[in-house]
Design a protein around this ligand. Sequence first.
Ligand SMILES: NC(=O)c1ccc[n+]([C@@H]2O[C@H](COP(=O)([O-])OP(=O)(O)OC[C@H]3O[C@@H](n4cnc5c(N)ncnc54)[C@H](O)[C@@H]3O)[C@@H](O)[C@H]2O)c1
Ligand SMILES: [Fe+2]
Length: 375
Amino acid sequence: MREILIKPELYKFKAFEEFAQEFKLGKEDLVLTNEFIYTPFMKASNLECTYIFQEKFGAGEPSEEMITDIFNAIDENSYKRIIAIGGGAIMDLGKLLSLKRTGSVHDLYFKKVDVVKAKTMIAIPTTCGTGSEVTNISVAIVKDEAGKTTKLGLVSDQIIPDVVCLIPDLLKTLPFKPFAASAIDALIHAVESYLSPSRATLTSEQFGVRAMEMILEGFRKIGEGGPEERFTLLDEFVTASCYAGIAFLQAGCATVHAMSFPLGGTYHVPHGESNYALFGKVLEKYDAIKPDGKINEFKKLIARILGCRPEDALNALAALEEKILHLKPLREYGFKQEDIGLFADSVLKNQQRLIINSYVPLTRELIVEIYSECY
Ligand SMILES: NC(=O)c1ccc[n+]([C@@H]2O[C@H](COP(=O)([O-])OP(=O)(O)OC[C@H]3O[C@@H](n4cnc5c(N)ncnc54)[C@H](O)[C@@H]3O)[C@@H](O)[C@H]2O)c1
Ligand SMILES: [Fe+2]
């Protein structure tokens, strides 16, 4: 069994200019980013590379239409390296721009065409959540065969970036709320991979545990010192989210992500927030259904990090998270009673790659229970 996969070369730089010099950015480079990241960090360098801004193609997370428009706007022969500088959405779009265009975006996500790498990709995260810079997944909002909108992951080792550069300085402009939501997303990656029943390994666990320690220690400091405290912790957070990405690339994400995808796809809830809305309840169910398994180790681990008793660990974790981001019921995101059954069906139909990593078997009944209790 594979113990771990860490494919990209990993670099760390103090500032964008240092990275641009080391990698000799120039004419044959395509940089995908946002204008509000380009202006403060890249504009002054006056480089010859081509910049494209995601927001010119629509707002929010990648969708089938957005990707198609980007493909239409950028000639696939016009660049040799793709450099994605942004949040998970930019990273996931960058991965698609590193591929040969073998068919429509729909065909790509529904596995009707081959995934073939064509360009060198450099990934530079400016949030501290997805870990997408090291993973083999690109997530997009797509329409399934029934015409229903959901989020799907395109999974292939062909889309793992070749180089990752961590530049904590780039997170300085990230507002507190997306910072918090993305950090909780990374925490959930670490936890879901730690509890993954058949794919977790000793090595994936080390990355997951260290990520949990760094993120929770950071949350404790922010809880005490206030949101401004994060500026002293950007290196820790961007490194921890990368570790969590390495952990879940091996061991997988599970129930929280599977159940959050239809929510994100339908109501455009930011990824970290839609996961957070379900996370606490999922852990509670795991603990109630199978209290004697790995969840016990998990509670001991959280108790050690937070300085509480293992039996209080889940409550202490929820209380600490509440200091960082207010937990809202699903209905405040637009979720309706009738979605409970529809989303349960969508999860079972579209998210099998995640469901198989669930700590307890994920039945329709259990999904309905969790959505109902989070409603
Ligand atoms: N591929 C994977 O392995 C993987 C894993 C988890 C999630 N995802 C995907 O990643 C996306 C979520 O990523 P995310 O949480 O990073 O959110 P995001 O990419 O949507 O970014 C959050 C917000 O912060 C803004 N932003 C990002 N960096 C900034 C900066 N430095 N300064 C100012 N604003 C900044 C973005 O424009 C956006 O509005 C979703 O599309 C999700 O499906 C992918
Ligand atoms: Fe995630």
